[in-house]
Design a protein around this ligand. Structure first.
Ligand code: SF4
Ligand code: MG
Length: 316
């Protein structure tokens, strides 16, 4: 395996409010991970933990406050607009709500030819040919290309979103909760489509979801985020069978599954703290059932345990 995307010590600070109420919010605090070619890397965690911001930072849809991003061996942290435009062909995004991300006044044909127009690629005839093959690729009838987004079901709209992301032959697709808005029966179809396309084109995915079952279905490796940090990373099999971080353990204990019948459900006390004012030491300490004195003072360093990377004082 070789790395396609490598992010190191990524940070993002947002300033919210104004005047004396102005506050700095650290949405992403020192996040590092790698995505290999042809791999699906999942980011899981409760809403507001910085998953979406991390996804957008990774492809520079928003600018990191610090840290570095390497894409295909190229340092793209400081890449300028012109360079970014070329890069954008290779890094695409699909969104949770395909309806909101599809222009309601455009036909599917218009929506799918737009990426080519923006990049100044191909003749009109060639573009139209490509639209037909894109639609076939995602399981939509090409005859529907003159229809508008509202004429499609949720699952079909997400197929259109995927087709649009595929238009420029990307290497990486950031998928932010791509099936969360869909009926459970449709979710598997869309996930299977993503898996088929990955196998066919060697695509890599950064797959963002709060749904641990969905992540288990599609991801090869998983990073667990809490309050802007990754607290544990590991291959799916190990992470789901033997979660090391108390937060991962709590998250996993809440998904009903046959093979986890004997795992006791861990109920976390309290809410996710305000990212504007993160707790001292280990950010998880106010909610952790295993909290020790040191946890309140010292931030745990990431430690490699087997093929898992975990940030918790229990393992030091
Ligand atoms: Fe819990 Fe301490 Fe580990 Fe944080 S470092 S997860 S508070 S045991
Ligand atoms: Mg989100």
């Amino acid at each position: 395996t070789s790395a396609l995307l490598e992010v190191k010590n990524l940070k993002k600070v947002f300033t919210v409010g104004a005047g004396i109420k102005k506050k700095k919010v650290q949405a992403v605090r020192d996040v590092s991970f790698t995505i290999n070619k042809g791999e699906t890397f999942g980011l899981v965690g409760e809403s507001g933990c910085g998953k979406s911001t991390t996804g957008r930072l990774a492809i520079r849809l928003i600018e990191p406050s610090s840290g570095s991003i390497t894409f295909g061996e190229k340092d793209v942290t400081m890449a300028k607009e012109k360079e970014l435009r070329t890069m954008r062909r290779e890094m695409q995004m699909i969104f949770q709500d395909p309806y909101a991300s599809l222009n309601p006044r455009m036909t599917i044909e218009k929506i799918l030819t737009e990426p080519y127009k923006l990049q100044g690629l191909y003749t009109t005839e060639e573009r139209n040919k490509r639209v037909i093959s894109l639609m076939e690729e995602v399981g939509l009838r090409p005859a529907y290309r003159t229809r508008f987004p509202h004429e499609f079901s949720g699952g079909q709209r997400q197929r259109i979103g995927i087709a649009r992301a595929l238009a420029l032959n990307p290497k990486l697709i950031v998928a932010d909760e791509p099936v969360s808005a869909l009926d459970v029966s449709v979710q598997a179809q869309v996930l299977n489509l993503m898996i088929d396309l990955q196998e066919k084109y060697g695509l890599s995915y950064l797959f963002i979801s709060h749904d641990l079952s969905v992540v288990k279905y599609i991801c090869h490796r998983v990073g667990v985020m809490y309050l802007g940090e990754i607290v544990e990373i590991g291959p799916k099999e190990t992470l789901y069978e033997n979660p090391l971080h108390p937060y991962t353990q709590a998250l996993l204990s809440s998904i009903p599954s046959v093979d986890q019948r004997d795992r006791e459900r861990i109920i976390l006390s309290g809410d996710v703290p305000n990212p504007a004012n993160p707790p001292s030491g280990c950010s998880f300490h106010p909610r952790c059932p295993s909290c020790m004195d040191i946890c309140k003072i010292e931030k745990p360093a990431a430690k490699q345990i087997g093929d898992q990377l975990v940030s918790c004082h229990l393992y030091n």
